[in-house]
Design a protein around this ligand. Structure first.
Ligand SMILES: [Zn+2]
Length: 65
C-alpha cells in the first residue's frame, strides 16, 4: 500500500497518509485543521516502481488530414 504525502493549503502542514484505494487518495482531510483543501505531493516515499500515465501513442493526434 502506498503512502502519499499531502500538504494542506490552508495551514501549510505536510503529512503522510496510508492510502488503501485510489479513490481515497483524493480529498484527504488535513490532520491538523481538518480542512480538505489539501494536495497530494509527488514524492518517492514508497512509490518505487509505481508509474502512471504510461499510455503509449498519446504523443499528439495522428488523424489530421
Ligand atoms: Zn490544515
Amino acid at each position: 500500500m502506498p503512502i502519499y504525502e499531502y500538504r494542506c493549503k490552508d495551514c501549510g502542514k505536510t503529512f503522510e497518509k496510508l492510502v488503501f484505494n485510489s479513490s481515497q487518495s483524493e480529498n484527504v482531510e488535513c490532520e491538523n485543521c481538518k480542512s480538505k483543501n489539501t494536495e497530494k505531493l509527488v514524492s518517492a516515499i514508497s512509490s518505487a516502481g509505481f508509474s502512471s500515465g504510461s499510455s503509449s501513442g498519446s504523443c499528439g493526434y495522428g488523424g489530421f488530414s
